[in-house]
Every structure is written in structure tokens, then in C-alpha cells.
Design a protein around this ligand. Structure first.
Ligand SMILES: CC(C)(COP(=O)(O)OP(=O)(O)OC[C@H]1O[C@@H](n2cnc3c(N)ncnc32)[C@H](O)[C@@H]1OP(=O)(O)O)[C@@H](O)C(=O)NCCC(=O)NCCS
Length: 196
């Protein structure tokens, strides 16, 4: 007989991704305060747009994330370690000249208390694989040139440099892409290596 304690606080949901250490549920109402907290932390926002968000803007982005799941069936996920909120991974449709479509862009924010433990890489790898299951022909990620940790994650995900551009806030960024395995070129491996 099933024990409620075995299944944790979330109802069973096949949209929840799991990794060896993490659960990645679709964005939910209960994460609103976590987004406010992360987005006003200067350490987290150092390389994001024009810096920390107001609580009002964080609320807008929170509601947008909820709507995206309703409208598109994918989107931002919380990163949970046990029941503890450790960050988020986002996934949105996008376009970029010169890359195969449909394309999706991935992004990640980790709570500073959990930095340096491979959490971003582990969570992003699960969402990278989800993007290809959803049919993305290209996965895209952008980082501010000074955000070397984020660039390192892109490399660890198997992504390749695709030059410089601008992010959604119009600021300079470095772009990495990953073609859908199998669409890349004949004879390439089914999956890129995912070190780390
Ligand atoms: C960037 C961020 C997501 C990294 O999270 P994390 O869970 O600590 O990342 P991981 O541990 O999975 O991997 C980080 C990698 O970058 C490396 N790294 C960390 N700081 C670095 C630096 N200053 N320069 C170069 N590499 C660095 C780490 O050594 C690690 O690589 P390794 O496994 O080869 O040693 C986290 O710092 C964060 O949330 N920053 C604020 C939000 C943000 O900038 N998001 C990205 C927007 S593009």
C-alpha cells in the first residue's frame, strides 16, 4: 500500500523531471516568493539585464511563467533539492538567424547558497534533453561575457560557441547553441557528451 510520505509534497505529475539529486516541477503559484527573493539578490542578478527586479516585475514574470505552461505545455521549472527551492531553469521558444528551427532558449538561476555544487549543470542537462524531446531542432543559451560560470555550464552541456549577440534586454552576450542530436551531421554521436 502506498504511503503518502513516499511521494513527497507534490502530487504525482508526469511533467516533473527528476535527476539523481533534484526534482524539477513546472512553475507553480507556490514559487512566487522564491522568484521575488532570487530576483532581488544582487549576486544572482549581477549579469542579468539591468540588475535586481522590483517585486512587482517579479510578480509579472511569475504570472507569465504560469501562463506559458498553460499555453505551451512547457516553460520555467523550479529546482528542488528535497523540498528546498534551489533555483530555476527556464525554457522558451525563440528564433536566431542561422540556426535550425524550431529553436528553444534555456536559462538558469541558482540560489547562491547552492552555488558550486553542479546544481545548474544537472538541472540544465535534464531540461536540455526535454527540449529535444519536445522537438527543438536547436537549443540556444546566452550569457554575459563576464559570466564565465554560465559559459562553462554551456560547454558542459555540450553546447558550441555561436558568436556574440544581444540578449533579450539588448545587452551584449555570448551565444552557445546545440543542434538536436542526429540532425547535426551524418555519423555524429546520438548524444553529445555531458561531462561533469
Ligand atoms: C551561473 C550559475 C547558474 C552557476 O550555478 P552552479 O550551480 O554553481 O553551477 P555548476 O556548479 O553547475 O557549474 C559551474 C561551473 O562554472 C565554473 N565556475 C564557477 N565560477 C567561475 C568563474 N568565475 N569563472 C570560470 N568558471 C567558473 C565552476 O567551476 C563549474 O565548472 P566545473 O564543473 O568545470 O568546475 C550561478 O552562479 C547563478 O545562478 N548565477 C546567477 C544567475 C545567472 O547568472 N544565471 C545565468 C544567466 S546566463
Amino acid at each position: 500500500m502506498k504511503n503518502d510520505h513516499d511521494i513527497g509534497a507534490d502530487p504525482p505529475d508526469d511533467r516533473v523531471l527528476t535527476t539523481s539529486r533534484l526534482r524539477l516541477p513546472p512553475w507553480e503559484e507556490r514559487f512566487a516568493d522564491d522568484l521575488v527573493r532570487l530576483s532581488r539578490d544582487e549576486r544572482v542578478m549581477r549579469h542579468i539585464g539591468s540588475g535586481p527586479w522590483t517585486a512587482e516585475y517579479a510578480g509579472e514574470r511569475h504570472r507569465h511563467a504560469l501562463r506559458q505552461w498553460q499555453d505551451e505545455g512547457f516553460g520555467m521549472r523550479a529546482i528542488l533539492r528535497g523540498e528546498r527551492f534551489a533555483g530555476l531553469v527556464s525554457l522558451v521558444s525563440c528564433t536566431l538567424p542561422g540556426v535550425a528551427e524550431p529553436a528553444m532558449e534555456i536559462g538558469w538561476w541558482i540560489d547562491p547558497a547552492a552555488w558550486g555544487q553542479g546544481i545548474a549543470t544537472e538541472a540544465a542537462a535534464a531540461v536540455r534533453d526535454e527540449a529535444f524531446r519536445l522537438g527543438a531542432a536547436t537549443l540556444i543559451a546566452r550569457h554575459h561575457p563576464a559570466n564565465e560560470a554560465s559559459g562553462r555550464i554551456m560547454v558542459k552541456l555540450g553546447m558550441i560557441p555561436h558568436g556574440d549577440g544581444t540578449d533579450r534586454y539588448g545587452r551584449p552576450c555570448r551565444i552557445h547553441i546545440l543542434p538536436q542530436p542526429g540532425l547535426h551531421r551524418a555519423g555524429s554521436p546520438d548524444r553529445p557528451d555531458t561531462p561533469g
